[in-house]
Design a protein around this ligand. Structure first.
Ligand SMILES: *Cc1c(COP(=O)(O)O)cnc(C)c1O
Length: 419
């Protein structure tokens, strides 16, 4: 009998065999108790951007734990939380001047949705309480987040009795370097949705340029520019979910920069703390913040998770950003991007539908999920940890990986098809 005390995510426990136990992490490698060592192609759901066991991050965590590990943000401030808020305002697109913390990407998105709804309530627009989202979207696993994930690929049908109903436009189809004409059709569909339902839409949620867990769909920055204009025209708050794209994943510090667009609300998590500890930041511009600024206590933003502004998380996040800037991570990401493009773009095989690369993200999309059956075990035997989902075999490596190590990952991805 297997031990079932530990319940694993997204897995049928009856058929799950987890044989490998992680002992330590080391840069881009995971070291197992049985002596095996694997190159991690996914940096633990894309968050360990500095790799594992970075000495400076570990030290920052220890130093802060020696002072105070946690203290409530209710009525009290702590130096790392204050300094990180200042830093995030400084490095995010100009205009996002206010930072609300929470403990995970999903909760950061819940905060964004509540913020958008209460913003309109506070202005007396009581009809605006729904969201607009996109097919292929993924915004998290909590109830509110599930309701704005892709309505067919996500968990809508399973939990439909529980979930509120929102509005969806089709996922953008025009690729990253598409022409404005090619993007026009995508935008026409968004306009149509807004025209029909703007009176009840509080916010439009979008993963800028890279719809990640919903299928690694990469699309044009022009779409974001046009979406910004439409949101202004129809009085809808524009909300960027940069939980996956933030901190370099698309080749700029934030995906918004490719489009030179500033959203009204932006959510960061995953890479925020270099993966060391769960935390999220929901940033708002002055327009949103001022919507809560009042002598009326009822207009205060009604949210406050226990661990928001946790000093350890904030201290590690500050150190992570310092290293990112000091060590020219954007330069490293550009070099990784060249490797990914060279290795994967144009890779052909009858099972392969498409290959896409953006920043430090690359995917081989197959026609049929069955053709990825067994790839994980195959990769483990070659010394690489891959975790495909659905029809997507992808890598989002830590930025400290060497070009040779990344090439090993892409070779294993290709070798699966040509074996
Ligand atoms: C991972 C992810 C989330 C959810 O974050 P959690 O920390 O897992 O709750 C939300 N949005 C996007 C785009 C993500 O990739």
């Amino acid at each position: 009998m297997q031990d079932t005390s530990l319940w694993f995510p997204y897995a049928q426990m009856k058929h799950l065999e987890v044989n490998y136990e992680v002992e330590t992490g080391d840069g881009p490698y995971i070291q197992f108790t049985n002596g095996m060592r694997l190159l991690d192609a996914t940096c633990s759901w894309w968050c360990m951007i500095h790799g594992y066991r970075h000495p400076e991050l570990t030290q920052a965590l220890k130093d802060q734990a020696d002072k105070v590990a946690h203290v409530m943000l209710g009525g009290l401030k702590n130096a790392p939380a204050v300094a990180l808020a200042k830093k995030l305002v400084e490095i995010t697109p100009k205009g996002l001047n206010h930072v609300f913390y929470s403990d995970s990407g999903s909760v950061g998105m819940e905060v964004a949705m509540k913020m958008a709804v209460q913003f309109w309530q506070n202005q007396g627009c009581t009809d605006k309480y729904k969201m607009a989202s996109l097919t292929k979207a993924y915004h998290g696993d909590t109830t509110g987040c599930m309701s704005v994930c892709d309505p067919t690929e996500g968990m809508h049908s399973l939990f439909s009795g529980l979930l509120p109903k929102h509005h969806f436009a089709p996922a953008p189809t025009a690729c990253f370097d598409a022409s404005a004409e090619a993007v026009a059709q995508d935008i026409a569909q968004l306009r149509q949705l807004f025209e029909q339902h703007h009176h009840e839409i509080a916010g439009f949620l979008v993963e800028p340029l890279l719809q990640a867990a919903g299928g690694l769909n990469m699309y044009s920055p022009i779409y974001l520019q046009e979406a910004r204009k439409l949101c202004d025209e129809f009085e809808i708050l524009l909300i960027f979910d940069e939980v996956a794209t933030g901190f370099g994943r698309t080749g700029k510090l934030f995906a918004a920069e490719h489009a030179n667009v500033c959203p009204d609300i932006m959510v960061l998590s995953k890479g925020l703390t270099g993966g060391y500890i769960g935390h999220a930041a929901t940033l708002a511009n002055d327009k949103v913040f001022n919507g809560f600024w009042s002598d009326d206590k009822q207009k205060a933003f009604m949210h406050g998770p226990t661990f928001m502004g946790n000093p350890i998380a904030c201290a590690v996040a500050l150190k992570s950003i310092e290293i990112f800037e000091r060590e020219n991570y954007l330069g490293k990401i550009e070099a990784l991007n060249q490797v990914l493009k060279h290795e994967l773009l144009g890779f052909e095989h009858p099972a392969v539908k498409d290959t896409r690369v953006l920043g430090a993200t690359a995917v081989i999309e197959v026609h049929n999920a069955e053709s990825l059956q067994g790839v994980q075990q195959f990769a483990v035997e070659q010394g690489v940890w891959l975790r495909p989902f659905g029809r997507f075999l992808y890598t989002m490596p830590p930025y400290i990986i060497t070009e040779a190590e990344l090439t090993k990952i892409t070779q294993v991805m290709k070798a699966w098809f040509t074996r």
